[in-house]
Write a protein that binds this ligand. Sequence first.
Ligand SMILES: NC(=O)c1ccc[n+]([C@@H]2O[C@H](COP(=O)([O-])OP(=O)(O)OC[C@H]3O[C@@H](n4cnc5c(N)ncnc54)[C@H](O)[C@@H]3O)[C@@H](O)[C@H]2O)c1
Length: 451
Amino acid sequence: MKVSIIGLGKLGSPMAAVYASKGFEVIGVDKNPTYVESINAGKAHVDEPQLQEFIDAHKGRLTATLDTKEAVKKTDVTFVIVPTPSGPDGTFTNKYVLEAMNEVGVGLKDKSDYHLVVVTSTVMPGSTNGEIKQALENASGKKVGEKLGLCYSPEFIALGSVIRDMLYPDFFLIGESDEKAGALLEKIYMNACSNSPRVERMNFVNAEITKISVNTYVTTKISYANMLSEMCDYLENADVNVVTQAIGCDSRIGHKYLKGGVAYGGPCFPRDNVAFGRLADQLEANASIAVATDSINKGQKDRVLKMINALNNKPKKIGILGLSYKPGTPVIEESQGISLAVALVKSGYEVVVYDPMAMPAAKAVLNDSVDYATSVEDCIKKCDSAVLMTAWSEFSEIKDDMFSGKEKEFVIIDCWRVFTKSMFKNVEVVYQGAGFLAHSQEKKVLNARAC
Ligand SMILES: NC(=O)c1ccc[n+]([C@@H]2O[C@H](COP(=O)([O-])OP(=O)(O)OC[C@H]3O[C@@H](n4cnc5c(N)ncnc54)[C@H](O)[C@@H]3O)[C@@H](O)[C@H]2O)c1
């Protein structure tokens, strides 16, 4: 089967490689000529684990073009994975999806065979059956139905494991115009993955609600753990890890995403949560859980700042270990490491930063406001205290001898509890969510009472 993929970005290019690996003939389309050239040259333009290996192994079935019309004409199914950026009110805009639908529709005009169009981009509830279907029908001159199928079928992947997540999904979500379209997409998915996941098929609006609900539920869980973590900051001998480990044993709750740490970030979680809240506002429904989740998330950076300000030995130069919003990706969208760097500079601290993958992206944002280390070792050499913001595995290999020659005791604020105190002789490791602020000025009264 031949598939075209419109949009070869962070999601589209791994998807193209995965489909090629499963025997589909894939034509990728992007507006960006550099992306098209790199795919045709067999090079990955997106930093994603396994992507280059997949392209190397399956480039015979993978080509790219700037011409949507041609790609649509030559294929049986078209996936649209273009951006749906958040507008000023926090809801997603369909501008690029509509543009793509117009181009896809023009390609379908003279096609007599059945064609399936799949919207993979995340869209607001009401979009697929509304302006998206309308744009496709107007441009193609065809009605969605017998000869033209339409599905809304977003992906549930995480950057840094996109290929793995596509090959081993928990489930497939299909919003379908009709039985024929949904059944065809289900068949394609079963050939494109390496496991046997459940397939949830439904109408468009239910699929649209399901997509943003999944992320909103996960962000709620993260903020819940961070709320507990903040309480544990102020209670002597408390340890959020011990608490969440126990809570997660309840099968109604589970351990996944129930861990105190820094705020959630990246291109999806923050905006999906906000969009969910806005949708509820528009519908005059009460979504105060989503609002509270967002508010707790926004407060996480200040918790780290509070800990830094409460250190006995005031650091002069602080190292930030980790700038990507999570390990395994260079993406810094809504990154806590970046926003902490900005806040520290604003508060008058000198800052040195290091990240295994995100340095080029960080430089473009932080410019000359901070010092850039060339390695973990270099970062530690240049600062007198450090904060671990992203739990990259290479940070767990920090050794005691990297701190030799430091005049005063070095403090690491470990937001992810990666280090054990016994790992270092001359380093004080302090954890978030473990009573560090129990004796801070403003909480003295509470702790006296608790005692
Ligand atoms: N990145 C993620 O983690 C993730 C996860 C789940 C869902 N999504 C959703 O997937 C969609 C795409 O996300 P992404 O991260 O891949 O975006 P991206 O910005 O990395 O890539 C989008 C690509 O589409 C191209 N494009 C835009 N308009 C086009 C057109 N008319 N024709 C051809 N190409 C066009 C752009 O040039 C770009 O290369 C968004 O709706 C996003 O919300 C993303």
